[in-house]
Ligand binder design. Sequence first.
Ligand SMILES: Nc1ncnc2c1ncn2[C@@H]1O[C@H](COP(=O)(O)OP(=O)(O)O)[C@@H](O)[C@H]1O
Ligand SMILES: O=c1ccn([C@@H]2O[C@H](COP(=O)(O)OP(=O)(O)O)[C@@H](O)[C@H]2O)c(=O)[nH]1
Ligand SMILES: [Mg+2]
Length: 243
Amino acid sequence: MWRRRFAFVCSPLVSSPKSTLIHNQAPYWHEHAKAFTTGNVNSEEGISSKVKVPFITFVLGLGGPGSGKGTQCAKIVETFGFAHLSAGELLRKEMSSNSAKGVMIRDTIKEGKIVPSEVTVKLIQKAIESSNNNKFIIDGFPRSEENRITFEKIIGVEPELVIFFDCIEEEMVKRVLSRNQGRIDDNIETVKKRLEVFVTLSLPVLDYYSRKGKVRKIEANGTVEEIFEKVRPLFAAEKVSTK
Ligand SMILES: Nc1ncnc2c1ncn2[C@@H]1O[C@H](COP(=O)(O)OP(=O)(O)O)[C@@H](O)[C@H]1O
Ligand SMILES: O=c1ccn([C@@H]2O[C@H](COP(=O)(O)OP(=O)(O)O)[C@@H](O)[C@H]2O)c(=O)[nH]1
Ligand SMILES: [Mg+2]
């Protein structure tokens, strides 16, 4: 069944300064908290009372290629004011340089493989740092358990909610092949590899978050609007902060 139905978006990594900041695991926030302060001073987490704890909501978007992550994330951004961080977009920007790193990213994307975690996490970190927003939807990341572990180690937070866009494979392939954005990986050979990578490396991430009760599965085969009407209530729920 997984071959035909998978897609995955996550949401708030940290929606409450009290509840979900991981203890002893937040070196990034400890160092950069000032950039994200919203007035929530927290001394319960063992953080200096002078350092304000960021009130941050993360939405992570994961799913098979063409499942509609980017499209739905854009609607979430528009409706709820999140900052949209697409790991793939960040990597594509980086690969446009002719540096050794750019060439490595290009080769990896062309092969449908996953770029080394540190590279992607650093790009996400930079994007968070340069944003004034305090709510982020991360689209297309983490794509592997190693991605997830590296993110949590460097950034120091974990998602509170994961939205899983569950789309049939045939539909995903059709959408990717008609995406028409000139991407080097939107061809049938690379798409097949990406689907395999999703199953092998990304589904374990979904399993991990499922075990934590964070995954909300969205059936993602209808129209953009139909799908968004299923996504919307997740953000209306009290536990997901959109303020
Ligand atoms: N529900 C939908 N029905 C039809 N086409 C869609 C739908 N959602 C997205 N698309 C289109 O399919 C392509 C892939 O969508 P995208 O959001 O980029 O997916 P992903 O980020 O998961 O790869 C895009 O061209 C997009 O416009
Ligand atoms: O965290 C990430 C996100 C993307 N990619 C690479 O970038 C490609 C495109 O990712 P994107 O999320 O843009 O593709 P989508 O699934 O949205 O079509 C992937 O196949 C990977 O090769 C990666 O290595 N790590
Ligand atoms: Mg995308």
